[in-house]
Design a protein around this ligand. Structure first.
Ligand SMILES: C[S@@+](CC[C@H](N)C(=O)[O-])C[C@H]1O[C@@H](n2cnc3c(N)ncnc32)[C@H](O)[C@@H]1O
Length: 224
């Protein structure tokens, strides 16, 4: 393992905004479940970023919306280090990070505990549709903790994941709020609030933009 990674793992232990539960815990729920309001010391809405990497959306949205709480979730500690450090340096008291697999997400959140979910440049899993973060397997997990009128946001470079998600929305009769197939096209028009949300750029987004790949965005409700 590289020296930098080891240094980051060591510093991760000191961050008060980063939770790193045992990865091998059994099928029971984690003690953090249904305790996030206590953790944030308020009853503000809770928004998740799944597969957050360096947490650009988690910290970016937290700056835009100080009266909402944001939790970035990823399995990679060296990436989460960046988000936890940014949040600490910017004194973002409405940010937490959780190091776990998204596969265990329902062990960490209880009924109606979450208002919105962001999926930012998730792996399109070309050979394993079940593992896509908008597959029925994952959507059913989200249903256990997402509020009735909760929103899922997908921002992606992948045509495969974009089209697949649209198919899922149609098949399961979810409600589309926004569907933009090229957010940086001069022809695309949307309001200022949405523009602020979509202007946050992640590490992977910057990478795809350099390769002139179109960035797509869908937001939808599950009618849970
Ligand atoms: C393509 S990267 C995108 C990272 C970031 N959202 C961005 O846009 O820069 C996908 C991220 O999802 C994380 N990831 C993939 N599968 C995961 C899983 N099952 N549980 C937790 N994190 C996962 C990876 O560690 C990686 O950081």
């Amino acid at each position: 393992m590289g020296k930098d990674k080891l240094k980051r793992f060591k510093e991760n232990i000191s961050f008060k905004n980063l939770f790193q539960p045992e990865l091998s815990f059994d099928s029971s729920s984690h003690e953090l479940k249904e305790s996030w309001q206590t953790e944030f010391c308020n009853k503000n809405p809770i928004i998740l970023e799944l597969g957050c990497g360096r947490g650009e959306y988690t910290t970016g949205l937290a700056k835009l919306f100080p009266s909402q709480n944001f939790i970035g979730i990823d399995i990679k500690g060296a990436r989460l280090w960046k988000g936890a450090k940014t949040a600490t340096e910017n004194k973002l008291i409405n940010v937490r990070f959780l190091r776990t697999k998204v596969d265990f997400i329902d062990k960490f959140f209880g009924p109606e505990e979450v208002d919105e979910i962001w999926l930012t440049f998730s792996d399109p899993q070309p050979k394993k549709p079940r593992k896509r973060l908008t597959s029925p397997l994952f959507i059913n997990r989200y249903k256990t903790f997402l509020k009735k009128d909760g929103i899922i946001h997908l921002k992606t470079d992948s045509d495969l994941l974009y089209e697949y998600t649209l198919e899922q929305i149609k098949e399961q009769e979810f409600t589309i709020i926004n569907n933009i197939n090229d957010i940086y096209s001069s022809k695309t028009k949307y309001d200022h609030k949405l523009m602020d949300l979509l202007n946050i750029k992640t590490f992977y987004e910057e990478k795809w933009l350099k390769e002139a790949i179109k960035i797509k965005y869908i937001s939808f409700r599950l009618n849970n």
